[in-house]
Design a protein around this ligand. Sequence first.
Ligand code: ZN
Ligand code: ZN
Ligand code: ZN
Length: 375
Amino acid sequence: MSTHVGPVDVDALRARLDRAAAAAAIAGVDALLIAPGSDLRYLIGAGGTSFERLTCLVVPVGGVPVLVVPKLEHPGYADIPTDELGVDVATWVDGEDPYALVKRALKGNRTAVSDMMPALHALRLRDAVSADQVLAGPVLRELRMRKDDTEVAALRKAGAAIDRVHARMAEWLRPGRTEAEVGADIAAAIVAEGHVAAEFVIVASGPNGASPHHDLSDRVIEAGDVVVVDIGGPVAEGYNSDSTRNYVLGEPRDADVWQTYAVLRAAQQAAVDAVRPGVTCEAVDAAARDIISDAGFGEYFVHRTGHGIGLDVHEDPYIVGGNDLPLEPGMAFSVEPGIYLPGRWGARIEDIVIATADGVESVNNRPHELVVLPT
Ligand code: ZN
Ligand code: ZN
Ligand code: ZN
């Protein structure tokens, strides 16, 4: 029997550490320097964030990983089975030099620092440890992009939880309420339905729907509005949901809504249907974009078709023109084309899908249609 760190088996974490070191060797660096964040969570199961005192996991090629951590923050890492993982712990107290501890754990001086390490630490590591720095993201991406069964299970759980929130939309979304009021109710439901937090809540009504990253405002929702609802957050395992559905309050005000929405629906379905191993990310993007462009709305689809998802809401692989990465089983990402008509209305349909051995699995299963809610 082995200990679990959250949902992840210690054996699985130890394998990740080994594969990370192997990937570092292939990338031509001597060690990975990993700050708190999703990379650290991926490798040793530790949550937490970076502070002004350095916390850093050193993963050397062909050596023992060392977790450098301030003594006063070490209790936060007490649940991490460092012994079983084969990770040494080096604590430090105020007045000591933590960067020297990092240097001591290294065999060579070519390092890869995690993408989200604060510059405060990255630049000091550059000065004190090694000027030969690259980003660790491209190294760890090779591991994190391909989800194992445990990760896929967590993404399914997150997908089902956010589907339950969308299923309840009629409880909150009606004319006379502001986007902010509706958003507060949705945020509470995101947690009630099984997430640990509401990471983002977009309620974009009427003309606000034409702005893809609108979040919430004090606009009062009116009868006839099309409303874009894009919501998500992490479940206990750390993996995120992200799903967009579209609602209309009574009959849509704009006469072109039904016809344009049908184009969007066909585009989203075509992109989902295109997903299978060997197909490139850019081909999935093109499957949606071609349908939208052919219908004359190309200039109103102003973003990529999707993004990878896992411990981060946005991560590799990106479903975008120019990305010729072929899909592999276990890659998880959003398929979320949109059509945005400035000053009038917009819509986006978003599912999280996972490439399987012979096709695609969607973790979101609510209907794609424009849902009519009572006024
Ligand atoms: Zn986004
Ligand atoms: Zn989204
Ligand atoms: Zn998304």
